[in-house]
Structure formats: structure tokens, C-alpha cells
Design a protein around this ligand. Structure first.
Ligand code: URP
Ligand code: ZN
Ligand code: ZN
Length: 477
């Protein structure tokens, strides 16, 4: 292949002939599954994995053979929590569907879930169709939606069925923000979710307490980004997680808790799981890496997200919950804003748009944790790929390397190292909270349904290649 020295390609066609759904034989690699690691070859046939085994040979003349000796072969990651082109905080998150999925591809994430936010009065299927119109022409990797629910008045509740039938069986409610739902709406959604074969997820923080503390700090002239953290303290998330679990229990329904960041929340989830409640928990790399000390830094505003990074005790508890299986998935909450937008809040933390980047860094970060021995490589695969596919109903095609599944394959060198810098990133944002982070291991190649979408630092994919992933839940089976 020709050398390429640019930052990234807008299209692989700039340099290479575009070859979709290739036949590839990856030889001598080490396959990592959610349960085991073993030496094996892997053969793809167009979009699908054809065979996994030793001593495989090319079956067609046009099969590309790649020697992966010393490399790990992983299923592409699935980031079930991104906000692309999302109107929020007085602006729109800075990665559109192309930029966000381009960054995903370059981070080994071959499926991205985005939140389609309902407009008031809009049917939940119309929400999906409206967002799909923008996403479909732009997505560079496969994508799915959750619907962010705001309004179930009148007959809107029953439009859940239409969204589920269309292949979008997951819905999120926010207990915070001006578009957050009331306790009654959340409760009603939980009570109906099983009958619709739908899964409700929740952003759990206590809105009233946040509002009280925010007003208090502002009236005392405490306006720096550190007060974003202090206005959303540990107990504020713990209380909301506990309350949400109580309602799931009362309804005998499943519940998925997004971006868990606090120790008390992890303990409540552990207890609920012990009691047999169908609770799933997600955390994000930023809560594993950073604590609330970041809000004392000069660039504190860049770390403003909700829930905020918590104290060290919480960070350690989240790491333990990841290790012990209390956490089911890791996703990014990718919702980047430009430096100039973050700057809006330099004298008033309320004006800082909430959200950080992460979609390109999740898999490399989690695999680096595995390289350091914090978790195993199999656990990294489980929380970043296998469990997301299983929980959100796309395990028939995604989340593992088995014959018949989509050829979403990552070739990874565990011996190389990589330092994250903004110049090497493929997002449209102008900074990264991961700046300077040294990672063990390096992504060499990423295939999405048999198509090379990333190669050694370069985006190789194409706008519009990504396909909608139609899903059906099996969590109630
Ligand atoms: O700060 C965050 N997390 N922004 C995105 C919206 C959300 O709460 O998930
Ligand atoms: Zn949230
Ligand atoms: Zn989010």
C-alpha cells in the first residue's frame, strides 16, 4: 500500500481504490473473545466472518492475506452512548455524523449508538426517521439509535411500539436538564417497557438538589468550573440511581443506568443485582481515569460534563465495579464542544456546555487498562463489544468474532505505545480531554463489515458507508 502522510483521508478513494466488503484472511493472530484468548486465523467473505480456525487458506484469488503474528484480533467496539450533532447547551455538539463516526472508526469502534432526541409532540418513530435522514448519508460506520424521550402525553406513549418495530427498542429519560421527564413519566415508561419489549435507560441525578446548590453557589459568587462539580455532589447521583432502581423493582422492569460515576450508585446497583433485579450499568472512560481534581485545573471547563468526575473514592469504586462485573458496559457519552463554546462559562459554570469527547479513545483506553493488568483483555472486549450487543439486541451480527457475524474486526498491537494528541485525532473538535494520555497498545487496522476503514493512523472509510443496525431485544427472553 502507498504511504500516506496527511492527517486523515476524507475518503479512501483519495489514495486507494475503494474496495468494499473484502475477502480477507488474517493469519497467525491471537483472537480475544469475551471469555478466552487463543491463536487463530480468521477469514472474511464480503461483509461476514466466514471461518475462525487454524491453518485457514485463501479461498478466492482476490483474498488479501494479512500476517498478524504478535497481534490481537478483536471484535470492533460498540459505543452505545454518543451525542452527535446534538443541539444542547445553547449550541450543537461539534461532531456531526460523519466526523463522529470517522473518529469512531479510527478508535476501533465499528458501531455507534446515537441519541435521537424527541421533539415535544413528536411520535417516537418520527424522531428516529428525522435523525436517520441526517445520519444515513454521513455515517462512516454502522449506527443505531436510542430515543431520548421527552413527551409521552396522549397517544405518544404507544408510538414506542412503532419505534421498536422499526428496530429501535431502547429509550432514554433524563432526570435532569430542562427537557428531563417527571418522575411520573419515568415510572410510566418503566411500567410499560416489558410489554413493548423495550429497555429504558436513565441519566440519574437529582435535579432539585442541583438546582438548589447551583443557585446557592452563584449567589455567593462561586462561579468557577469547580462549582459545577460541587453542585452535583456524590449523593446527588447516588440518590437518583437508588430511586430509579426502586421504580424498576416496583414495576419488575429492566433498567439501564448510563454513565455511572459514583460509589454509592455502584453499591446500589450491586445490591439490586444481588436481589435479582434486571439492572444494567454503564460507565465511561473519563470516570475511570479522572477525578474531581480536574475541576481545579486551568482547563477545568473542558472537563465539564454531567455527571461530573467524582472524588477519588468514587473513581476507585467504579474501577472495582468494572473489575467485579457490576458494570456491564463502557461507553463514551461522546458530546464534544469547541474551546470557544466551553469559554462561555469562564465566569459562570452554568454557561459551559456539558460534554466531552471520547469516541476515538474508548477502545484504546480500555485495552490499555488491560495491558496494565487492571482488567483482562477479555473483560475489555466484554464491556466494549459483547455486552453492548447482547443488552441492546444486535448480538446476531455484532459483538463477537464468529462465523456468520459481521466482519467488524480490529487488528491491535499490544506491544506498541501511543500518546493521544489533538493532531492525531479524527474528530472535528479542537481539543481532547485525553491530551497527553499515554496508552499501551496501538490499533493497526479496523474493518467494518469487511471494509478497511482505518489503517495505522489514517481514516480509510467513506461518508455514508455506515448502515442502520436494526435491533430486537432478547433481555426478557
Ligand atoms: O455532559 C454530558 N453528559 N452531556 C451529554 C448529555 C448527557 O447528559 O448525556
Ligand atoms: Zn446523560
Ligand atoms: Zn449522554
Amino acid at each position: 500500500m502507498m504511504a500516506f502522510t496527511g492527517r486523515y483521508l476524507q475518503s479512501a478513494r483519495d489514495v486507494y481504490p475503494w474496495r468494499e466488503n473484502m475477502n480477507v484472511l488474517i493469519k497467525n493472530g491471537t483472537i480475544v473473545t469475551e471469555t478466552s484468548i487463543f491463536k487463530s486465523d480468521i477469514l472474511t467473505d464480503g461483509e461476514k466472518i466466514k471461518a475462525v480456525g487454524i491453518n485457514l487458506t485463501p479461498e478466492t484469488a482476490d483474498t488479501d492475506v494479512i500476517d498478524a503474528a504478535g497481534k490481537y484480533i478483536l471484535p470492533g467496539a460498540i459505543d452505545v452512548h454518543t451525542h452527535l450533532a446534538m443541539p444542547f447547551g445553547g449550541t450543537v455538539s461539534s461532531d456531526d455524523y460523519f466526523a463522529g463516526t470517522r473518529a469512531a472508526a479510527c478508535g476501533g469502534t465499528t458501531t455507534v449508538f446515537d441519541f435521537a432526541m424527541q421533539d415535544f409532540g413528536e411520535s417516537l418513530l418520527d424522531t428516529v426517521l428525522r435523525r436517520d435522514k441526517i445520519c444515513a448519508p454521513d455515517a462512516a460506520v454502522d449506527y443505531a439509535f436510542h430515543v431520548g424521550v421527552k413527551d409521552i402525553s396522549g397517544d405518544l406513549l404507544n408510538t414506542i411500539k412503532d419505534a421498536v418495530d422499526f428496530g429501535v427498542p431502547s429509550f432514554k429519560v433524563f432526570m435532569v436538564y430542562d427537557f428531563g421527564v417527571s418522575d411520573g413519566v419515568f415510572y410510566e415508561l418503566l411500567s410499560k417497557s416489558k410489554a413493548f419489549n423495550a429497555l429504558i435507560s436513565v441519566h440519574a441525578e437529582n435535579k432539585e438538589i442541583i438546582s438548589f446548590l447551583t443557585d446557592k453557589f452563584i449567589s455567593e459568587g462561586k462561579t468557577s468550573a469547580y462549582y459545577h462539580y460541587l453542585s452535583r455532589p456524590e449523593f446527588c447521583e447516588e440518590e437518583a440511581v437508588t430511586r430509579a432502581i426502586a421504580w424498576a423493582k416496583a414495576n419488575n422492569s429492566a433498567l439501564y443506568i448510563v454513565h455511572l460515576a459514583c460509589k454509592g450508585g455502584a453499591e446500589a446497583i450491586a445490591q439490586a443485582k444481588r436481589e435479582g433485579v434486571k439492572i444494567f450499568a454503564e460507565t465511561c472512560p473519563q470516570y475511570l481515569e479522572y477525578n474531581s481534581e480536574v475541576y481545579k485545573r486551568d482547563d477545568a471547563k473542558n472537563f465539564v460534563c454531567s455527571p461530573p468526575m467524582k472524588n477519588e473514592d468514587s473513581r476507585q469504586a467504579i474501577i472495582k465495579a468494572l473489575q467485579s462485573g457490576i458494570i456491564d458496559t463502557v461507553a463514551t457519552d461522546h458530546c464534544p464542544f469547541k474551546l470557544s463554546e466551553k469559554e462561555w462559562g469562564k465566569d459562570d459554570f452554568r454557561k459551559i456546555p456539558n460534554g466531552c469527547n471520547g469516541v476515538e479513545n474508548m477502545y484504546p483506553f480500555m485495552l490499555s487498562l488491560a495491558g496494565e493488568g487492571v482488567i483482562s483483555y477479555s473483560r475489555a472486549v466484554e464491556v466494549c463489544s459483547y455486552n453492548p450487543a447482547k443488552i441492546f439486541g444486535c448480538a446476531d451480527s455484532k459483538g463477537s468474532l464468529a462465523p456468520g457475524k459481521d466482519a467488524d474486526i480490529v487488528i491491535y498491537d499490544p506491544e506498541k505505545t501511543f500518546t493521544v494528541t489533538q493532531e492525531k485525532m479524527h474528530s472535528d473538535n479542537d481539543h481532547t480531554i485525553w491530551e497527553g494520555k499515554e496508552l499501551r497498545g496501538y490499533l493497526e487496522k479496523v474493518f467494518s463489515r469487511g471494509t478497511l476503514v482505518y489503517d495505522n493512523g489514517n481514516f480509510m472509510g467513506k461518508r455514508g458507508y455506515g448502515r442502520f443496525v436494526k435491533r430486537q431485544l432478547t433481555i426478557y427472553d
